[in-house]
Design a binder for this molecule. Structure first.
Ligand SMILES: Nc1ncnc2c1ncn2[C@@H]1O[C@H](COP(=O)(O)OP(=O)(O)OP(=O)(O)O)[C@@H](O)[C@H]1O
Length: 228
Protein backbone atom coordinates (compact mmCIF):
# COMPACT_ATOMS: atom_id res chain seq x y z
CA UNK A 1 0.00 0.00 0.00
CA UNK A 2 1.30 3.45 -0.97
CA UNK A 3 -0.03 6.38 1.03
CA UNK A 4 0.63 9.94 -0.06
CA UNK A 5 -0.80 12.52 2.34
CA UNK A 6 -0.99 16.22 1.51
CA UNK A 7 2.37 16.19 -0.24
CA UNK A 8 3.90 19.37 -1.57
CA UNK A 9 7.38 19.40 -3.05
CA UNK A 10 9.54 22.44 -3.64
CA UNK A 11 12.98 22.31 -5.24
CA UNK A 12 15.55 24.84 -4.00
CA UNK A 13 15.21 27.65 -1.50
CA UNK A 14 14.28 31.32 -1.40
CA UNK A 15 14.01 33.17 -4.68
CA UNK A 16 15.29 30.18 -6.62
CA UNK A 17 12.66 27.87 -5.19
CA UNK A 18 10.10 26.15 -7.36
CA UNK A 19 7.06 24.22 -6.18
CA UNK A 20 6.46 21.33 -8.56
CA UNK A 21 3.88 19.29 -6.60
CA UNK A 22 1.03 20.82 -4.60
CA UNK A 23 -1.06 19.12 -1.97
CA UNK A 24 -1.20 15.67 -3.52
CA UNK A 25 -3.07 13.00 -1.58
CA UNK A 26 -3.64 9.50 -2.90
CA UNK A 27 -3.67 5.91 -1.64
CA UNK A 28 -2.60 3.23 -4.06
CA UNK A 29 -3.18 -0.47 -3.52
CA UNK A 30 -3.79 -1.58 -7.11
CA UNK A 31 -1.24 -3.79 -8.86
CA UNK A 32 -0.84 -1.75 -12.03
CA UNK A 33 -0.91 2.03 -11.83
CA UNK A 34 -0.02 4.44 -14.63
CA UNK A 35 1.08 8.06 -14.25
CA UNK A 36 0.58 10.45 -17.16
CA UNK A 37 0.69 14.18 -17.81
CA UNK A 38 2.43 16.93 -19.73
CA UNK A 39 6.19 17.50 -19.62
CA UNK A 40 7.11 19.21 -16.39
CA UNK A 41 3.79 18.46 -14.68
CA UNK A 42 5.48 16.73 -11.73
CA UNK A 43 5.29 13.01 -12.64
CA UNK A 44 8.96 12.19 -12.08
CA UNK A 45 8.98 14.12 -8.83
CA UNK A 46 5.89 12.18 -7.73
CA UNK A 47 7.38 8.75 -8.41
CA UNK A 48 10.75 9.68 -6.92
CA UNK A 49 8.91 10.30 -3.68
CA UNK A 50 7.95 6.63 -3.60
CA UNK A 51 11.41 5.30 -2.81
CA UNK A 52 12.65 8.31 -0.89
CA UNK A 53 14.87 9.53 -3.75
CA UNK A 54 13.04 12.77 -3.03
CA UNK A 55 11.55 13.63 0.36
CA UNK A 56 8.39 15.73 0.52
CA UNK A 57 8.78 19.34 1.58
CA UNK A 58 5.40 19.02 3.28
CA UNK A 59 3.21 16.01 3.93
CA UNK A 60 4.01 12.34 4.25
CA UNK A 61 4.77 9.38 2.01
CA UNK A 62 4.46 5.83 3.30
CA UNK A 63 5.07 2.54 1.55
CA UNK A 64 3.76 -0.54 3.34
CA UNK A 65 3.49 1.64 6.44
CA UNK A 66 7.13 2.81 6.23
CA UNK A 67 7.66 6.57 6.21
CA UNK A 68 10.14 7.40 3.41
CA UNK A 69 11.59 10.28 5.47
CA UNK A 70 12.34 8.11 8.49
CA UNK A 71 12.95 4.66 7.09
CA UNK A 72 14.54 5.37 3.73
CA UNK A 73 16.78 2.31 3.73
CA UNK A 74 13.95 -0.12 4.41
CA UNK A 75 11.80 1.64 1.82
CA UNK A 76 14.51 1.34 -0.82
CA UNK A 77 14.83 -2.39 -0.12
CA UNK A 78 11.16 -2.73 -1.05
CA UNK A 79 10.94 -0.29 -3.90
CA UNK A 80 12.88 -0.94 -7.11
CA UNK A 81 13.32 2.01 -9.48
CA UNK A 82 13.97 1.99 -13.24
CA UNK A 83 14.96 5.21 -14.99
CA UNK A 84 14.42 6.27 -18.60
CA UNK A 85 18.10 5.98 -19.46
CA UNK A 86 19.51 2.60 -18.39
CA UNK A 87 23.04 4.01 -18.66
CA UNK A 88 22.24 6.00 -15.52
CA UNK A 89 21.78 2.70 -13.69
CA UNK A 90 24.50 0.46 -15.07
CA UNK A 91 27.40 0.59 -12.65
CA UNK A 92 29.53 -2.50 -13.28
CA UNK A 93 31.66 -3.56 -16.27
CA UNK A 94 29.89 -6.80 -17.20
CA UNK A 95 26.23 -7.78 -17.39
CA UNK A 96 26.43 -10.43 -14.63
CA UNK A 97 28.47 -8.17 -12.34
CA UNK A 98 25.94 -5.41 -12.76
CA UNK A 99 23.03 -7.65 -11.78
CA UNK A 100 25.04 -9.01 -8.82
CA UNK A 101 25.82 -5.45 -7.63
CA UNK A 102 22.32 -4.92 -6.22
CA UNK A 103 22.68 -8.03 -4.07
CA UNK A 104 25.74 -6.83 -2.18
CA UNK A 105 25.22 -6.33 1.53
CA UNK A 106 22.24 -8.69 1.54
CA UNK A 107 24.10 -11.39 3.43
CA UNK A 108 23.88 -13.93 0.59
CA UNK A 109 26.55 -16.52 -0.16
CA UNK A 110 28.53 -16.29 -3.43
CA UNK A 111 26.65 -19.37 -4.70
CA UNK A 112 23.26 -17.85 -3.91
CA UNK A 113 24.25 -14.63 -5.65
CA UNK A 114 25.40 -16.57 -8.73
CA UNK A 115 22.17 -18.54 -8.82
CA UNK A 116 19.96 -15.48 -8.49
CA UNK A 117 21.94 -13.60 -11.14
CA UNK A 118 21.76 -16.53 -13.56
CA UNK A 119 18.02 -16.84 -13.03
CA UNK A 120 17.42 -13.10 -13.53
CA UNK A 121 19.44 -13.06 -16.74
CA UNK A 122 17.59 -16.11 -18.04
CA UNK A 123 14.21 -14.59 -17.24
CA UNK A 124 14.99 -11.43 -19.15
CA UNK A 125 16.69 -12.85 -22.22
CA UNK A 126 20.25 -11.97 -21.25
CA UNK A 127 21.57 -15.43 -20.36
CA UNK A 128 23.93 -15.45 -23.37
CA UNK A 129 25.31 -12.04 -22.45
CA UNK A 130 26.38 -12.66 -18.85
CA UNK A 131 30.06 -11.88 -19.46
CA UNK A 132 29.57 -9.17 -22.08
CA UNK A 133 30.64 -5.60 -21.36
CA UNK A 134 27.42 -3.91 -20.23
CA UNK A 135 28.10 -0.70 -22.15
CA UNK A 136 28.20 -2.62 -25.45
CA UNK A 137 24.62 -3.89 -25.18
CA UNK A 138 21.91 -2.38 -27.39
CA UNK A 139 19.54 0.17 -25.85
CA UNK A 140 16.81 -2.46 -25.49
CA UNK A 141 19.20 -4.95 -23.88
CA UNK A 142 20.46 -2.25 -21.52
CA UNK A 143 16.93 -1.56 -20.32
CA UNK A 144 16.45 -5.31 -19.74
CA UNK A 145 19.71 -5.32 -17.80
CA UNK A 146 18.53 -2.40 -15.66
CA UNK A 147 15.25 -4.23 -15.07
CA UNK A 148 17.07 -7.48 -14.19
CA UNK A 149 19.36 -5.64 -11.76
CA UNK A 150 16.34 -4.20 -9.99
CA UNK A 151 14.21 -7.37 -10.00
CA UNK A 152 17.00 -9.61 -8.72
CA UNK A 153 16.63 -7.80 -5.39
CA UNK A 154 12.97 -8.95 -5.26
CA UNK A 155 11.29 -5.61 -4.52
CA UNK A 156 7.59 -5.61 -3.67
CA UNK A 157 7.01 -2.42 -5.70
CA UNK A 158 8.56 -1.55 -9.05
CA UNK A 159 8.55 2.13 -10.04
CA UNK A 160 9.44 2.93 -13.65
CA UNK A 161 9.95 6.44 -14.97
CA UNK A 162 9.42 6.38 -18.74
CA UNK A 163 11.39 3.16 -19.25
CA UNK A 164 10.34 2.81 -22.90
CA UNK A 165 10.96 6.37 -24.09
CA UNK A 166 14.39 5.61 -25.59
CA UNK A 167 13.35 2.25 -27.06
CA UNK A 168 12.05 1.34 -30.50
CA UNK A 169 8.54 -0.08 -30.76
CA UNK A 170 9.58 -3.73 -30.51
CA UNK A 171 11.78 -3.22 -27.45
CA UNK A 172 9.18 -0.96 -25.84
CA UNK A 173 6.58 -3.71 -26.25
CA UNK A 174 9.00 -6.32 -24.96
CA UNK A 175 9.68 -4.32 -21.79
CA UNK A 176 5.96 -3.60 -21.34
CA UNK A 177 5.06 -7.30 -21.73
CA UNK A 178 7.70 -8.36 -19.22
CA UNK A 179 6.44 -5.77 -16.76
CA UNK A 180 2.85 -6.95 -17.30
CA UNK A 181 3.83 -10.47 -16.22
CA UNK A 182 5.60 -9.48 -13.00
CA UNK A 183 4.25 -10.39 -9.56
CA UNK A 184 5.23 -6.94 -8.22
CA UNK A 185 3.01 -3.92 -7.80
CA UNK A 186 4.02 -1.54 -10.63
CA UNK A 187 3.82 2.25 -10.91
CA UNK A 188 4.68 3.31 -14.46
CA UNK A 189 5.20 6.87 -15.71
CA UNK A 190 4.81 6.97 -19.47
CA UNK A 191 3.95 9.03 -22.51
CA UNK A 192 3.16 5.75 -24.34
CA UNK A 193 -0.52 5.79 -23.42
CA UNK A 194 -1.33 2.51 -25.19
CA UNK A 195 0.87 0.64 -22.67
CA UNK A 196 -1.65 1.46 -19.96
CA UNK A 197 -4.75 -0.11 -21.56
CA UNK A 198 -4.83 -3.06 -19.14
CA UNK A 199 -3.81 -1.07 -16.07
CA UNK A 200 -6.03 -0.90 -12.99
CA UNK A 201 -5.77 2.83 -12.49
CA UNK A 202 -4.16 5.86 -14.13
CA UNK A 203 -3.25 9.15 -12.39
CA UNK A 204 -3.11 12.34 -14.44
CA UNK A 205 -0.86 15.22 -13.38
CA UNK A 206 -1.09 18.75 -14.65
CA UNK A 207 0.84 21.80 -13.54
CA UNK A 208 1.90 20.48 -10.11
CA UNK A 209 -1.43 18.83 -9.25
CA UNK A 210 -3.03 15.42 -9.42
CA UNK A 211 -5.99 16.41 -11.56
CA UNK A 212 -7.62 13.10 -12.48
CA UNK A 213 -7.62 9.56 -11.15
CA UNK A 214 -9.56 6.85 -12.93
CA UNK A 215 -9.61 3.94 -15.35
CA UNK A 216 -7.11 3.99 -18.24
CA UNK A 217 -9.87 4.91 -20.72
CA UNK A 218 -11.26 7.76 -18.60
CA UNK A 219 -7.83 9.10 -17.60
CA UNK A 220 -6.45 9.02 -21.15
CA UNK A 221 -9.60 10.75 -22.44
CA UNK A 222 -9.21 13.42 -19.74
CA UNK A 223 -5.53 13.89 -20.60
CA UNK A 224 -6.22 14.13 -24.36
CA UNK A 225 -8.81 16.82 -23.71
CA UNK A 226 -6.39 18.65 -21.43
CA UNK A 227 -3.77 18.65 -24.19
CA UNK A 228 -6.10 19.73 -27.01
N1 LIG B 1 16.31 18.95 -9.19
C1 LIG B 1 15.47 19.91 -9.62
N2 LIG B 1 15.67 21.20 -9.27
C2 LIG B 1 14.82 22.18 -9.69
N3 LIG B 1 13.75 21.96 -10.48
C3 LIG B 1 13.52 20.69 -10.86
C4 LIG B 1 14.37 19.60 -10.46
N4 LIG B 1 13.89 18.46 -11.01
C5 LIG B 1 12.79 18.81 -11.70
N5 LIG B 1 12.57 20.14 -11.62
C6 LIG B 1 11.46 20.90 -12.22
O1 LIG B 1 10.26 20.39 -11.68
C7 LIG B 1 9.23 20.41 -12.65
C8 LIG B 1 8.59 19.04 -12.68
O2 LIG B 1 9.55 18.12 -13.17
P1 LIG B 1 9.27 16.56 -13.30
O3 LIG B 1 10.53 15.96 -13.86
O4 LIG B 1 8.73 16.05 -12.04
O5 LIG B 1 8.12 16.58 -14.41
P2 LIG B 1 7.62 15.42 -15.38
O6 LIG B 1 6.15 15.52 -15.38
O7 LIG B 1 8.23 14.12 -15.01
O8 LIG B 1 8.17 15.89 -16.80
P3 LIG B 1 8.64 15.03 -18.09
O9 LIG B 1 7.42 14.42 -18.71
O10 LIG B 1 9.24 16.08 -18.97
O11 LIG B 1 9.64 14.00 -17.63
C9 LIG B 1 9.87 20.80 -13.96
O12 LIG B 1 9.55 22.14 -14.23
C10 LIG B 1 11.35 20.65 -13.71
O13 LIG B 1 12.08 21.61 -14.42
Amino acid sequence: MIEIENVTHTYGHGEQSRTVLRDVSVRISEDRVGVIGANGSGKSTFVRLLNGLILPTQGRVRVDGLDTAREGRKVRQRVGFCFTDPDAQIVMPTVAEDVAFGLRRRGLSATEIQQRVRQALQQHGLADHADHPAHLLSGGQKQLLALSAVLVTEPSLLVMDEPTTLLDLRNARDVAERVAGLPQQVVLVTHHLDLLADYDRVLVFDDTRLVFDGTPADSVAFYRKLMS
